[in-house]
Design a protein around this ligand. Sequence first.
Ligand code: RI2
Length: 323
Amino acid sequence: MTEHEPAAAVAETAEKIATMEIRGAASIASASAAALASQARTAAEDGPTANDPEAFRASIRAAARDLRETRPTAVSLPNALRYVLQRMEGADVEALRQSVVDASESFVRQLDRAQGDLGRIGANRLADGDTVMTHCHSTDALACIEAAVEQGKSISAVVKETRPRQQGHITAEQLRDAGVPVTLIVDSAARRYLDEVDHVVVGADSIAADGGVINKIGTSGLAVNARERGVPIMTAAQTIKLHPETLTGHTVEIEMRSEDELIEPAARDDIGDIAVENPAFDVTPPRYMDAIVTEQGQFPPESIVTLMRELFGEGAAEPWAEP
Ligand code: RI2
């Protein structure tokens, strides 16, 4: 292995994230942290990285860059890489390896704990007998609903299928497993069903400093409709979804995915010369979101910047860059 060749586990994880075999902002973050730990173990075993601390560090940074390039929108991914790389320290390769493995494991542990904590906070917003509407599949959003059920509340769900990849099916199955009665609907039926819904619960891939919520395409339209119908809507998002670069004016890149997810090539050819676009995410302005629920409490979207400054200072380091 040369110093810039990633271990097989990194290439495999990067491929799975890019193709969305591993998906969901929290899962992407935890898989990326685990992949860095694999890289550390492999790089410490043999080759030039096994005896040269600087070559070892360079190989971890290179692996982080490969992971970073897979999907652009979910900030949990660079936040996970940042967490591990900032804790990489030691005078020799063995100490460096240990620090990366330890950081990766503590990141994953914190992620699990944070989701449990935010679930219990989000559950407090739900009342016994509530019907919730969901969009896409978010483990943070599901944690709130599952915690409400664990608190003994009776909850039903209207689940949007979420075109084009239909991650609503995953939500429907997991809610069913949690004993929640589920009604699956097409996305365009959402407004009709809002009259029967007490709360909308969505996740987030990134939260901007102005309180804008970047989540699966269709979230912003749902939020506007929910506001018009007077149905409260919350975003369940661990603090690793807070986007530090937005503190300094950067915007969040919206991932554009393949048109094949949207229309079969043959059907497209039949239609003729058209453009097809497939943005994976949209931005819900803070005025359409009632609350952002994190493991550190519930926030009005406009005040999330205070928490971001506390956690990140004024910006974000890029520890994966070549020095
Ligand atoms: P958790 C997903 O994106 C959805 O947009 C979901 O709301 C968000 O990640 C957060 O998921 P994608 O990876 O971290 O399906 O809450 O494109 O699991």
